[in-house]
Design a protein around this ligand. Structure first.
Ligand code: HEM
Ligand SMILES: *[C@@H]1O[C@H](CO)[C@@H](O)[C@H](O)[C@H]1NC(C)=O
Length: 215
C-alpha cells in the first residue's frame, strides 16, 4: 500500500509539473500526424510533422535515388518562444546525426551535433550543412538546410524505401552564443518521436538538386 501510494503521488507530482522532468513522455508517441507540404516555387514536396502550435513544424525531403548515401533537406518552422529546436535522423538522442538550430538576430543558425550519452551533444563533423534560407519575425523563426551526412552514419542509415523513426527536441532557453554553431545550450523541455515512410518524402533528383543550388 505504501508503495502504491508513493507511485500515485509521484505520478501526480509529475503531472502537476512540480517535478520538471527534462523530457516528459507524452510526445514520445510515434503516431504523430504526418502530412505533405509542397512549396509552389521550388516544387519540392516535403513530408511534415506538426503537433501543436507550441512546437515547430519539421519538414524533410530526400532525392529519389537508390543509394543509401544521399543529401537530405530539413525545414524547421519554430515559434519564437523556442530557444533551440533539434531533429534526430535516427530517432533518438544518442549515436546518430542531430541537426540543431536556433534564432540568431533576424536569421537562424544550424549546428551539427552527435551525442554519445544523454548530455550536451558534441559538434559533429560527419555531417555538413548548407543553409538554404533562414529568418526570424515577431512570431516564428525558420531555417532550411541541406545536409550531407545525415542519411548514413557510423552504426546506421536511413531506409529510403521504408518506415524510419525520427525524433525532435525543443528548449525554451536561448543558446549561449547564437552566432556560433558550436554554442553550448541547455537541455530540452520536451522531445517527441514519430515514424514515417521515407518513400513519401522523395523528390525527383533534378528538382532536389536545383533547389539546393538555387533555393
Ligand atoms: C544540453 C543538451 C541535452 C541534454 C543535457 C539532454 C539530456 C537528455 C536526457 C537526460 C534525456 C533522458 C530524459 C528522460 O529519460 O526523461 C534525453 C532524452 C532525449 N533527448 Fe536529449 N539532451 C540534450 C540535447 C538533445 C538534442 C540536441 C536532441 C535532438 C536533436 C535530443 C533528443 C532527445 C530525445 C529524442 C530524447 C528521448 C529519446 C532518447 O532518450 O533517445 N536531446 N536527453
Ligand atoms: C513569420 O515567419 C513564419 C515562418 O517563416 C511565416 O510562416 C510567417 O508567415 C511570418 N509572419 C509574417 C507576419 O511575415
Amino acid at each position: 500500500m505504501r508503495l502504491l501510494n508513493s507511485a500515485i503521488i509521484t505520478t501526480a507530482l509529475l503531472a502537476s509539473g512540480v517535478f520538471s522532468a527534462p523530457s516528459p513522455s507524452p510526445d514520445l508517441d510515434k503516431r504523430q500526424t504526418t502530412s505533405k507540404y509542397c512549396d509552389a516555387k521550388s516544387s519540392v514536396c516535403y513530408l511534415q510533422v506538426q503537433t501543436t502550435s507550441l512546437y515547430p513544424i519539421f519538414r524533410i525531403a530526400i532525392p529519389d535515388v537508390t543509394s543509401t548515401s544521399f543529401d537530405t533537406l530539413l525545414q524547421i518552422v519554430a515559434p519564437v518562444s523556442l530557444g533551440w529546436a533539434g531533429f534526430s535522423w535516427g530517432g533518438g538522442m544518442t549515436l546518430n546525426p542531430l541537426t540543431v538550430a536556433w534564432p540568431n538576430g533576424n536569421k537562424a543558425t544550424v549546428s551539427s551535433r552527435w551525442a554519445t550519452g544523454r548530455l550536451t551533444p558534441s559538434v559533429y563533423s560527419g555531417a555538413t550543412y548548407k543553409t538554404l534560407s533562414s529568418s526570424k519575425n515577431a512570431t516564428h523563426w525558420a531555417i532550411e538546410v541541406a545536409c550531407t551526412g545525415c542519411s548514413k552514419w557510423n552504426g546506421g542509415n536511413l531506409d529510403n524505401n521504408g518506415i524510419n523513426t525520427f525524433a525532435w527536441a525543443v528548449s525554451k532557453t536561448p543558446v549561449a552564443q547564437p552566432a556560433s554553431s558550436s554554442s553550448s545550450f541547455s537541455v530540452h523541455n520536451n522531445v517527441g518521436t514519430f515514424a514515417a515512410d521515407l518513400t513519401t518524402a522523395k523528390v525527383p533528383q533534378s528538382v532536389f538538386q536545383q533547389h539546393i543550388k538555387s533555393p
